[in-house]
Design a protein around this ligand. Structure first.
Ligand SMILES: C[S@@+](CC[C@H](N)C(=O)[O-])C[C@H]1O[C@@H](n2cnc3c(N)ncnc32)[C@H](O)[C@@H]1O
Length: 264
């Protein structure tokens, strides 16, 4: 399918308005690949028609589907392991008695949140901690709640954790894993857009804000970090992706290690 420059600009504007992410012209082919299924489902044979008849009409439900298709959701269990080592140290030093709370902000399909859950269950036990996962994409939030994954996504997970915290699928679920009910009980997911006022989800010992800031320009990145920071308890930490430095931005946080920032 083709997508004219004019239609591409319409899609890019809508996506930027909703998500804060700018689609550069070089992404035109990617947009075609991701949206053509939506056009076909509407019985339309061209993407320009889809843009004119559906996107421009502003149907909210369809816009959610467009945004879902255009976000990049790649993730896997125990991605960027240095953060999990840091977290394990933090947990060992924590003040007992207080619930340990972690926010996976941009949780995608939930692997990050459940990796944190495995570590906390191992170090603290099955209670005394809570994890909240949020993501812009409703499709990803639904997937995270299901907690069913291709085995391949757990390639960085220790065999001990797999055995303790996951069930191996069989029959129609062959090659998949389901995160255990005990872990799921302490992990919740909801839809939230980092570009909009943040939901009332309490304060956190650690916020994982990883592999999402990369999509925003410096102003949007700073704005997000400044609004997320007050949700970190004093003495708590913000983790970003290792390719997402905040070093040149006046965030008010203190850099303590690569991709680890403290709220002092
Ligand atoms: C590459 S995934 C990162 C997942 C996980 N944090 C990790 O590091 O593996 C990026 C996620 O950011 C989400 N996202 C993009 N823009 C967002 C926004 N404005 N608000 C909330 N989430 C957003 C996408 O839907 C996607 O699931």
């Amino acid at each position: 399918m083709q997508l004219s420059e004019r239609s591409f600009n319409v899609v890019a504007d809508v996506f930027h308005r909703v998500s804060g992410i700018r689609l550069v012209p070089a992404k035109r082919q990617l947009v075609i690949g991701r949206l053509q299924k939506l056009a076909t489902e509407k019985g339309l044979s061209s993407l320009d028609e889809y843009v004119d008849k559906v996107i421009k009409a502003g149907d909210e439900r369809e816009l959610v589907r467009v945004v879902d298709r255009l976000t990049t959701n790649e993730t896997y269990f125990f991605r960027e392991p240095a953060h999990f080592e840091f977290l394990a140290d933090m947990v060992a030093r924590r003040r007992p008695g207080q619930e340990f709370r972690v926010w996976s902000a941009a949780s995608s399909s939930g692997e990050e949140a459940y990796s944190i859950a495995m570590l906390l269950a191992d170090k603290i036990g099955l209670s005394g901690w809570k994890i909240v996962g949020t993501d812009l994409s409703t499709a990803m939030v639904d997937a995270a709640r299901k907690a069913l994954y291709p085995m391949e996504r757990a390639r960085n997970t220790s065999p001990q954790y797999l055995k303790r915290f996951c069930m191996r699928g069989s029959g129609p679920y062959e090659g998949q894993l389901l995160v255990s009910k005990e872990l799921r009980a302490n992990v919740s997911f909801e839809q939230a857009n980092l570009m909009q006022p943040l939901p009332d989800i309490g304060k956190f010992d650690v916020v994982f804000l990883r592999n999402v800031l990369i999509y925003f320009d410096a102003d949007a990145k700073l704005d997000i970090v400044r609004r997320v920071s007050p949700l970190i308890k004093p003495g708590g930490y913000l983790f970003t992706g290792h390719s997402e430095s905040l070093s040149n931005l006046p965030t008010g946080l203190t850099s303590v290690k690569p991709a680890v920032y403290a709220r002092t």
